[in-house]
Design a protein around this ligand. Structure first.
Ligand code: PLP
Length: 973
């Protein structure tokens, strides 16, 4: 408490100091560390823009009519030390018990070398999604390892690079089955011994697609009514292992597609789904070294047959080659994805779980096939011993083979639970006649003894572990025992000493450009500071070692954190309620639209199924609308980039009866605060529609305007953009939704922990509060910044963007500006004329930026042939200038092409990025010097980021699709 008070005092002085007209906090506060520019730099930049104060700039940027007039009711800013102390007190209210609950979540041991060098390493967690593959070879290799691991363990042919969680992966499998199955049936069979949270998420998803879910026993199902697909759990939720071959055969006879949700560790010993005929395997990779985290984040996997490669949801890493023929990795088959296919995309997944997939893959690299098998054997053997002992004590357990989970019949369930609670142990309660016990990597013989003792009651144990073990049969027999090998590739057998692994991790990290190298000015993605103090709590045991389905009285700390975060986010957005369940922006969109649909239904307006979406919308918007069973109608944008009001009015009137919602991004994806946003919301409301606001651009609004005030009914937030959760190289993320009071009854629920009311849309993610263990990051950010600091951050984000726009405008015209010639927190520069002038495409500039040590801005979205630049508030003037210098120097290189000074085909841009390998070799046949190629700017001589590969040939990789390490080795030959 003492520390806490000291910090509070220090705080008070901070506030005393900060009575500057623009409230810029002094250098000793966290706020000043979060913000890039200092006070002098702010003034310098304002001068360049022709403003005398920051507020003047803001007033000219944001329409007065929507400005938030009050001040946000949030805690006062505090120091890192005080915030951590405060959070530690909250964390201490969580009780870390041993959980044997199972249901797809297991305690595990994160190898310390992986925890420190990946999970806690900004070189890995601050990277962006690997769209610019030349500066992302490290994590692409880790993801290729992940895919290889999944392909090997599931026995299937192709795997993606992660999905959000096991339950949503199962829902994606259902959607894919619907698309690919030859059967034209409309029903999907779900075995009633799947994990309950998976069943729930699948049901929510099926409902809007008009799919009938048939629940039943896979042992007795007679394939009537006809189905297009089926979902089985392997092992089943109660631990039972079945031979599914007969089921699969019958399903295939009726041309249905079979998905098996399989426990990855069990596949080290059991015949994998691919070998018993399954078409799709999904599951969680959590127990491969990723902390429980009260539900997430964890990487789900998705594997299937090669034949379905074009229908797979999520991202796939594939091998291709660079300009010199060297093997190089990149994202394959992107034409399936929402950012290209929009309402015809295979799914709406954008942010996935890259960081967690990397950790899981490294767990396999660390242990190798032998190590993984040993862990699986240990878990299995202990479970078998536990079962035998319980039987000796008179309990009935599964009569099928088991892997790690037992169903123990007892009429004393509640009494036993009371006893386990005394011992700080959680078991699963099936119903009042059975308990579930799932063991994991961390289980020890002492745990078995303790469990036996609890089940034995007061009696002394009539046997020893050794006695039981001696009379127990451990090995799986036919048809269950796995005989095929896995994880044979060199990568899984090479790095078993810690020194070797450390170097491998570092080598991969060094191939990637993250925020530790330079700014990543990705429009719409808000790559701001992920402060170390914000990251520290996520690995505290009080947050990381908690199973999502423990009794709520063990998670009072988490509950308090959720409640505070919900209150603050509601305050910031102007909404009445928040759901923390959706695991990414895309899932927030899906959730918000489901909520809207349910609202219309509740008012007897089921026919409302039209969703208006401006042309400029992010690809996830139309893809999410389709997932909700909505019909997408595009709304035009005018020359200025604003929504075309006449078109909006016409389409609203035309579809008035059936209008469900408008999805609108604000400020628009064109980087401006549209003046007419209130009017737009009004028009939609007048026709009975609801307004869904894509809140990905909330970083331009916090403290200055609130979606709930100017007319939105629902909005998602990307906590991994505005609220400092790092991008993790393509995930994790969090996409909570805020709603107005009339929509609150429909927010997502979770039946396992009894969350959500009777009108809830159901579950949209496996865990009740999504990826709970990363919420402390956003909590820390808000507590560290306070209302003033957050507002200041927004203003500086707008200042930085306008400064960049101003500096670059005469080199590359800024495409869209608001009324006063200003942009919001990002700007789009138009590169289209350069094609004609100098044969230069957006990609050439993106790749040449790598030679200067930068990650390209967002390319060709939302307008083809442009770049969208978002500097965020965290970049200093020096860094902005460095980026401008690079862009200007590139412009000069382009001018040399336009004037004929340089060759239109063979030049610095077309050949970028330049690798050390091509530069430092005896041959040099280029019409420019090596120095111009490698050291185009002074800072590159101080510190040079070298691309490990040259420009990658995407088309070649898609034509010759190879998505596992086996391919990598073949390429190298
Ligand atoms: C990032 C983004 C999304 C998608 O969010 P994910 O978390 O990646 O699913 C949606 N809309 C816009 C405008 C975005 O920038």
């Amino acid at each position: 408490m003492l520390n806490f008070d000291l910090a509070a005092n220090q705080n008070a002085t901070n506030q005393g100091n900060c009575e500057f007209p623009e409230a810029i906090l002094p250098r000793d506060s966290f706020v000043s560390r979060h913000l890039g520019p200092d006070r002098n730099e702010v003034h310098e930049m304002l001068q360049v823009l022709g403003f005398s104060t920051l507020d003047e700039l803001i007033e000219s940027t944001i329409p007065a009519s929507i400005r938030f007039q009050g001040s946000l009711n949030l805690p006062e800013a505090t120091s890192e030390y005080a915030a951590l102390t405060q959070l530690k007190e909250i964390a201490a209210q969580n009780l870390v018990y041993k959980s044997f609950i199972g249901m797809g979540y297991y305690d595990c041991l994160t190898p310390p070398v992986i925890q420190r060098n990946i999970l806690e390493n900004p070189g890995w967690y601050t990277a962006y999604t690997p769209y610019q593959a030349e500066v992302a070879q490290g994590r692409l290799e880790a993801l290729l390892n992940f895919q290889t691991m999944i392909i090997d363990l599931t026995g299937l042919e192709i795997a993606n690079a992660s999905l959000l969680d096991e339950a949503t992966a199962a829902a994606e499998a259902m959607s894919m089955s619907y698309a690919v199955a030859k059967s034209k049936a409309n029903a999907f069979f779900v075995a009633d011994d799947c994990h309950p949270q998976i069943i729930e998420v699948v049901k929510t998803r099926a409902q809007s697609l008009g799919i009938e879910v048939i629940m039943g026993s896979h042992q007795s199902f007679d394939f009537q009514p006809p189905i297009f697909g089926a979902l089985l759990q392997y092992p089943a939720t109660d631990g039972a292992i079945y031979d599914y071959r007969e089921f699969v055969k019958k399903a295939h006879q009726v041309e249905a597609v079979v998905t098996v949700a399989a426990d990855l560790l069990s596949l080290a010993l059991l015949v994998p789904p691919g070998e018993f005929g399954a078409d799709i395997a999904v599951g969680s990779t959590q127990r491969f070294g990723v902390p429980l985290g009260y539900g997430g984040p964890h990487a789900a996997y998705f594997a299937t047959r090669e034949a379905y490669k074009r229908q797979i949801p999520g991202r796939i890493v594939g091998i291709s080659k660079d300009k010199t023929g060297k093997p190089a990795l990149r994202l394959a088959l992107q034409t399936r994805e929402q950012h290209i296919r929009r309402d015809r995309a295979t799914s709406n997944i954008c942010t996935a779980q890259v960081l967690l997939a990397v950790i899981a893959s490294m767990y396999a690299v660390y242990h190798g096939a032998e190590g993984i098998q040993k862990i699986a054997r240990k878990v299995h053997n202990l479970t078998v011993i536990l079962a035998a002992g319980l039987q000796r004590l008179g309990y009935k357990t599964n009569d099928t083979p088991i892997f790690d989970t037992l169903r123990v019949e007892t009429n004393q369930a509640q009494a036993i639970l009371a006893a386990t609670e005394q011992e700080k142990i959680n078991l699963r309660l099936f119903d009042n006649t059975a308990l579930g016990i799932s063991l994991d990597e961390t289980t020890a013989v002492e745990d078995i003894l303790k469990l036996w003792q609890i089940f034995a009651g007061k009696e002394e144990l009539p046997f020893t572990v050794a006695e039981i073990a001696a009379s127990t049969q451990f090995n799986f027999e036919s048809p269950f025992a796995r005989s095929s090998k896995y994880l044979k590739d060199a990568v899984f057998n090479r790095y078993h000493s810690e020194t070797e692994l450390l170097r491998y991790l570092h080598q991969l990290q060094a191939k990637d450009l993250s925020l530790t190298t330079s700014m990543i000015p990705l429009g719409s993605c808000t790559m701001k500071l992920n402060a170390t103090a914000e990251m520290v709590p996520i690995t505290w045991a009080e947050f990381s070692k908690i199973h999502p389905f423990v009794p709520l009285n063990q998670t009072q700390g988490y509950q308090k954190l959720f409640q505070q975060l919900e209150t603050w986010l509601a305050e910031i957005t102007g909404f009445d309620a928040i759901s923390l369940q959706p695991n990414a922006g895309s899932q927030g969109e899906y959730t918000g639209l489901k909520v809207i649909c349910k609202y219309h239904q509740s008012r007897g307006e089921k026919q409302r199924n039209i969703c208006l979406i401006p042309e400029s919308a992010h690809g996830t918007n139309p893809a999410s609308a389709v997932m909700c069973g909505l019909k997408v109608v595009a709304v035009k944008c005018n020359q200025r980039g604003d929504i075309d009001l006449a078109d909006l009015k016409a389409k609203t009137a035309k579809h008035s009866e059936k209008l469900a919602a408008l999805m609108v991004t604000y400020p628009s994806t064109h980087g401006v605060f549209e003046e007419q946003i209130q009017l737009i919301c009004e028009i939609i409301h007048n026709h009975g529609g609801q307004v869904y606001l894509d809140g990905a651009n909330m970083n331009a609004q916090v403290g200055l305007c609130r979606p709930g005030d100017y007319g939105a009914d629902v909005c998602h937030l990307n906590l991994h953009k505005t609220f400092c959760i790092p991008h993790g190289g393509g995930g994790p993320g969090m996409g909570p939704v805020g709603v107005k009071a009339h929509l609150k009854p429909f927010l997502p629920g979770n039946s396992v922990v009894n969350l959500g009311g009777k009108d809830s849309i159901g579950a949209v993610a496996a865990a009740p509060w999504g990826s709970a263990s990363i919420l402390p990051i956003s909590w820390m950010y808000i507590v560290l910044m306070g209302a003033k600091g957050l507002t200041e951050a927004t203003k500086i984000a707008i200042l930085n963007a306008n400064y960049l726009a101003h500096r670059l405008d005469s080199y590359y015209p800024v495409l869209f500006k608001g009324k006063s010639g200003l942009v919001a927190h990002e700007c789009i520069i138009d590169l289209r004329p350069l094609k004609k002038q100098a044969n230069i495409e957006v990609d050439d500039i993106a790749k040449r930026l790598m030679d200067y040590g930068f990650h390209a801005p967002t390319v060709s979205w939302p307008v083809a042939g442009t770049m969208m630049i978002e500097p965020t508030e965290s970049e200093s003037l020096a860094e902005l200038e460095r980026f401008c210098q690079a862009m200007m120097a590139i412009r000069k290189e382009i001018d040399d092409l336009a004037t004929g000074k340089a060759d239109l085909e063979n030049n610095l841009l077309k050949n970028a990025p330049h690798t050390a390998e091509t530069l430092i070799c005896s041959e040099w046949n280029y019409p420019y010097s090596r120095e111009e190629a490698a050291y185009p700017a002074p800072w590159t001589k101080e510190y040079k980021f070298w691309c490990p590969v040259g420009r990658i040939d995407n088309a070649f990789g898609d034509r010759n699709l190879v998505c596992s390490c086996q391919g990598m080795e073949a390429y190298q030959e």
